[in-house]
Design a protein around this ligand. Structure first.
Ligand code: SAM
Length: 331
């Protein structure tokens, strides 16, 4: 592994490179937690919602809905490989994971090879390749020429790290488009800019949140106005209790959709997590997942395993599906 993230030895850091490095350092520093540590996390239920752990996850539903047996998978910003099991259950044929954080890639490798603490399982059934690189800076097609084309690309809770500049956002989409086959699927989850901006405007100061998360905008946004002419680089600090504490960028979804179209990626679905949960919880094929998570709702019913604050934090996210233009695969 090691495909040109390469921040450490370079001179003349640009601001966005320093920010990307901060993100990488943050995730690298978060070493693999034990099961006990994870169960004690204040946001364990939210993680389960994001994860619907062992098939309790919104990500799981996306994978279940869109992955096909034998698929060649590209997992951008794969982190510690928390989704490996989902891909295994979907019986995919090949997996490539890319992440900027070296520590996460190492953890992912450990997980893939079957560590004793977390998974106590044998190796995964599909071959995998793990690469440490900045997905939004590097031309990945040069590294993955022999692995492409991919049937499905996934970018979970990470697309927004590309939105620091237009060049990075474009490189992200160019990579996905270049590596997906025509008719291939791009699935992902990221913060919902509409919710974030609405919450900011409703708040008195430059900060809002609850017991599990806090979002802080800088003084440059005191007027709480975001001109359409400058839609990139709108930075805020995101703190999610026991999970995230680093700079992130607002992704105006209508612009994401328009930019993706320039790279032949057409929108199939976009749903805020609340809508997503309510839509899929009804479907019999996911009933088992939802049963394991426990009753959902607004957290006020007293039945839900999610607290009101956790449920509110999940409202910050959306799920999306795009499809690469071109003929569907011949059967
Ligand atoms: N996708 C994984 C998941 O859902 O479990 C990890 C999500 S974590 C919230 C965000 C991930 O994005 C981190 O692993 C981080 O290192 C990665 N990341 C952030 N910026 C990146 C970049 N420029 N290139 C590659 N990975 C990046």
């Amino acid at each position: 592994f090691g495909a040109g993230g390469g921040y450490g030895e370079q001179e003349g850091y640009s601001e966005e490179r320093i920010s990307a490095q901060r993100v990488a350092d943050h995730y690298s520093a978060r070493s693999n937690q034990t099961l006990e540590e994870r169960e004690n996390s204040p946001i364990i239920h939210l993680k389960k919602l994001n994860n619907w752990s062992h098939l309790r996850q919104i990500k799981s539903v996306l994978v279940q809905l869109y992955a096909r047996p034998g698929d060649c998978v590209l997992d951008l910003a794969c982190g510690k490989g928390g989704d490996l099991i989902k891909w295994d259950k979907a019986k995919v044929g090949y997996y490539v994971g890319v992440d900027i954080a070296e520590g996460s890639i190492k953890d992912c490798m450990t997980r893939y090879n079957g560590d004793s603490d977390q998974q106590r399982r044998k190796k995964f059934s599909f071959p995998a390749r793990l690469i440490c690189a900045d997905c939004y800076e590097t031309r990945l097609d040069e590294y993955l020429r022999e692995d492409a084309p991919f049937d499905i690309c996934s970018c979970q809770f990470a697309m927004h790290y590309s939105w620091s500049t237009e060049a990075r956002a474009r490189q992200a989409l160019a990579n996905i488009s270049a590596l997906l086959r025509p008719g291939g699927t791009f699935i992902g989850t990221m913060p919902d800019a509409n919710v974030i901006i609405k919450r900011l405007r409703e708040s008195e100061g430059m900060e809002f949140g609850n017991s599990v998360y806090c979002i802080t905008f800088g003084e440059e946004y005191t007027e709480k106005k975001f001109p359409a002419s400058r839609p990139f680089g709108i930075k805020y600090k995101f703190h999610l209790e026991d999970a995230v504490d680093c700079p992130e960028w607002v992704v105006p979804f209508h612009l994401f959709k328009l930019l993706a179209e320039e790279y032949d990626l057409e929108l199939v679905l976009m749903k805020n997590f609340h809508e997503f949960v309510h839509d899929y919880v009804q479907r019999p094929e996911f009933a088992d997942l939802m049963r394991r998570l426990g009753p959902l709702g607004d957290g006020r019913s007293g039945q839900s395993t999610l607290s009101q604050d956790e449920w509110e934090a999940s409202y910050l996210y959306l799920a999306f599906v795009l499809r690469k233009r071109g003929p569907p695969p011949s059967q």
